[in-house]
Structures are given as C-alpha cells and as structure tokens.
Design a protein around this ligand. Structure first.
Ligand SMILES: CC(C)(COP(=O)(O)OP(=O)(O)OC[C@H]1O[C@@H](n2cnc3c(N)ncnc32)[C@H](O)[C@@H]1OP(=O)(O)O)[C@@H](O)C(=O)NCCC(=O)NCCS
Length: 222
C-alpha cells in the first residue's frame, strides 16, 4: 500500500523540519528561506503554518484555518486540536512551530556583526556580553531570539520589558558553537523568578543556505 503523502503547499524546496520531544509532548518546528525578502512576511508565515499543522495533524492544508488572539498571538482555528502555534520571520526566512503547550518561536538572520542593543538586556546579560569579545554579536542574537520566543510563549510580545527577562547560561560553551542540534544549557528568569519550561533551545541553523539563529520555548503547563 502506498504511503500517504504529506499535503503540498506552494514551496519549491523542502523546509528545515525538526522535532523535539519533551516530557508530555513534542514540538515540531519548520523554517524556510523564501525566494526574495518580501516587505510583508505575513502570507509566508501563514503558508508555512498551514504546512506544519497539516503535517502534525495528518490533514489537508486546505482545511486548516489560522487565526489570531486579540493580542496578536496566532492560533489554530481548524482543525480543533489542543495545539499551540507560534510564528516568526526575518528578511527572507520564516519559521513556524507547534507544540502541546504554550509556545514561542523566533528567528533572526546572522549577518554582518552589529553593536548589540544593550538596553534590551538584563544587567547580568550585559556583563556577560561585555566579556564576549568577538562573539558578542552571535551571543546577542542568541539572547534576543530566546527573549522573543519567551514573550511570544507568554503572549505579551514586547509589551513586556525585555530587560526584565534574563537568559542565564549554565555552561561555558562558545556562542559560535551553539547549534539547534547541540544547544547551550541555560535557564530563563522573569523578574528574577525562574521560569519552568518544558523545552527551551536556541542555536544556529542553516536554512536554504542562510545562517540563522532560531529559538523555541515551550512553557510547562501550570
Ligand atoms: C510579537 C512580537 C514580539 C513579534 O516580533 P516581530 O519581530 O515583529 O515579528 P516576528 O516575525 O518575530 O513575529 C511575528 C509573529 O508574532 C506573532 N505574534 C504577534 N503578537 C504576538 C503575541 N502577543 N504573542 C505571541 N505571538 C505573537 C504573530 O504570529 C506574528 O506573525 P503573524 O502576524 O504573521 O501571525 C512583536 O511584534 C510585538 O511585541 N508585538 C506586540 C506588541 C506591539 O505590537 N507593540 C507595538 C509597539 S510597542
């Protein structure tokens, strides 16, 4: 018997597709490089979301409806499943993730080094970054994608003050070596209180030949 084929969407190449298991659930993540960098990434995010939800739910992409909460957080309207959805995009890259719990995803392209925006960092992160030397740019992107993924998971977006959120490293790996496959060890603190995550990882990935930093945070259910 022939295997069922995953629903197809109008993308010329397969996206990066990863799955991470965690106690009580699984997150599926997809990212892809577009043919050019449109000013509005909304349609590309929605299209990738439908493809991802179709694969996760084993249904046809045509029947999937994505909506938004009043705060802007995306949600799966149809099919009715207890799954969280999160979307992100930067330049010509888009990312989508679904999980069994509150979820945030973020993606940033890794380009020429720029001066980190110290004002969005927690004081402890500023100190760590000041000592990072040539790796400061990669380290900043790693911190920033994690912060954005976290504020999406709590659905506040950047109405929350990002400097109140601390990503605290628990290892001495060089940021140059962080990858989604071999992520750094860290914890998230919000207003100095530890956040209980079911899964949190961030690192580099190559998407359609472009280097990117990707972060994904799933909160533990209360
Ligand atoms: C959510 C936010 C962090 C996204 O960051 P960004 O760099 O603009 O864009 P990204 O590509 O990373 O993410 C965009 C996606 O975030 C998601 N998103 C938007 N608001 C969200 C929220 N409150 N919670 C979770 N996810 C949200 C959406 O899915 C959006 O894509 P879509 O509209 O195509 O569905 C940012 O837009 C934000 O903070 N918005 C809320 C606050 C706000 O609007 N402030 C305005 C000026 S202070």
């Amino acid at each position: 018997m022939a295997c069922p084929q995953p629903p197809q969407e109008a993308f010329p190449i397969d996206p990066l597709a990863l799955a991470f298991n965690y106690p009580g659930g699984r997150v599926d993540l997809m990212a892809r490089r577009l043919d050019g960098a449109p000013r509005d990434l909304t349609p590309a995010r929605a299209s990738l979301a439908r493809l991802l939800v179709a694969r996760r739910c084993g249904c046809n992409a045509a029947g999937i409806k994505i909506g938004h909460n009043p705060d802007g957080a995306p949600r799966i309207v149809a099919p009715a499943r207890a799954l969280s959805l999160s979307l992100a995009g930067r330049d010509d890259l888009v990312a989508a993730a679904v999980a069994d719990g509150p979820l945030g995803v973020d993606i940033e392209t890794i380009g020429a080094p720029v001066e980190p925006a110290f004002n969005v960092l927690h004081p402890a992160e500023r100190a760590a970054l000041a000592a990072a030397g040539a790796e400061a740019h990669a380290h900043f992107l790693w911190l920033w994608t994690l912060k954005e993924a976290y504020v999406k998971a709590i659905e506040t977006g950047l109405s929350r003050e990002p400097a109140e959120i601390e990503i605290r490293r628990l290892d001495n790996l060089s940021p140059e070596n962080f990858s989604l496959d071999a992520p750094a060890s860290f914890r998230i603190f919000d207003c100095d209180r530890p956040v209980t995550t079911a899964l949190a990882r961030a690192g580099r990935a190559i998407i359609g030949g472009r280097a990117a930093m990707v972060a994904c945070v799933v909160l533990a259910r209360a």
